[in-house]
Design a protein around this ligand. Structure first.
Ligand SMILES: [Zn+2]
Length: 275
């Protein structure tokens, strides 16, 4: 198995474990690796250290939030040049996060200027920066993840990314509260050449979500275009490997094919991110 999305400490909010213990747990559980994600730090160096210490395939990247000045090509250049494999469009500082009243960095530090980031069609002035970022991701053959951008932005982004030659595109948990995309919309975007992520975090923490709802979502997208990840690491979530197993068990209990579900949490995500 391979977990495409996990949070560990150090972070700006408490996490269940640090990188070392998180990756050690994957090793014990027989996983081949994971992607370390942080909203406010490049995880490239952390991933390299964890990969070396545990002999697992651990990858990092950068999320384009307020600590990078938002959609900033220089932050992406540095990340990719150092071996980063994933670039997440704005997550915790995306405009959708504000609308949904979810946490952001300037909510943690109210003395910071309140920035929320968007891309076209909502922020046409960001088009040049996004295209430049797409070109760099294409050159590195890295993964473009949509973060918490909404459906209109994802549609614009996928078109720009494909035109720039980006081959690896991930719709970041489209069914979660942010961006709150309907399954039908996610299916349409996935058909343009992206994978749609479904997370254990949704099962554990998203208000109103059930295993049946997630299974219907996965079914509508089609399991060949779905990746399952934990998005775990919260102090009140199960350990990440267990969280991912719980998601698979829950979706299998709803009638989805267990072998196909395992592929969505192993070969498929690892192939998406591995160089
Ligand atoms: Zn996450």
């Amino acid at each position: 198995m391979f977990d495409l999305h996990v949070h560990a400490s150090p972070d700006v909010v408490p996490r269940g474990t640090d990188d070392h213990d998180a990756v050690a747990a994957y090793a014990r559980a027989g996983f081949t690796g994971c992607v370390l994600k942080a909203h406010y730090e490049s995880t490239v160096g952390r991933a390299a250290a964890a990969a070396r210490a545990h002999a697992l395939d651990v990858y990092g990247g950068v999320a384009l939030n307020q600590h990078t000045g938002g959609v900033n090509p220089a932050a992406v250049a540095a990340c990719l040049q150092a071996g980063g494999r994933v670039v997440w469009m704005p997550t915790a500082d995306a405009h959708t996060q504000r609308t949904a009243a979810l946490p952001s960095l300037c909510g943690v530090r109210t003395d910071l200027p309140a920035h929320a980031y968007a891309i076209p069609p909502h922020a046409p002035e960001a088009a040049g920066a996004v295209r430049s970022i797409c070109r760099m991701i294409a050159e590195a053959d890295a993964v473009l993840a949509t973060g918490h951008l909404d459906a209109d932005e994802c549609r614009w982004l996928l078109t720009a990314a494909r035109a720039s030659g980006v081959r690896r595109i991930l719709l970041t948990h489209p069914g979660y509260t942010v961006p709150g995309m309907a399954a039908e919309t996610a299916a349409g975007l996935a058909a343009l050449g992206a994978y749609a992520e479904i997370t254990a975090y949704q099962l554990l923490h998203q208000p109103g979500v059930t295993g049946a709802w997630l299974a219907a979502y996965a079914d509508e997208v089609g399991l060949e275009r779905v990746v399952l990840s934990s998005d775990a690491g919260q102090p009140d979530s199960p350990a990440p490997p267990e969280a991912l197993h719980l998601l698979i068990d829950t979706l299998a209990a709803e009638g989805l094919d267990r072998g196909a579900l395992r592929a969505c949490a192993s070969d498929l995500p690892e192939a998406l991110v591995a160089p």
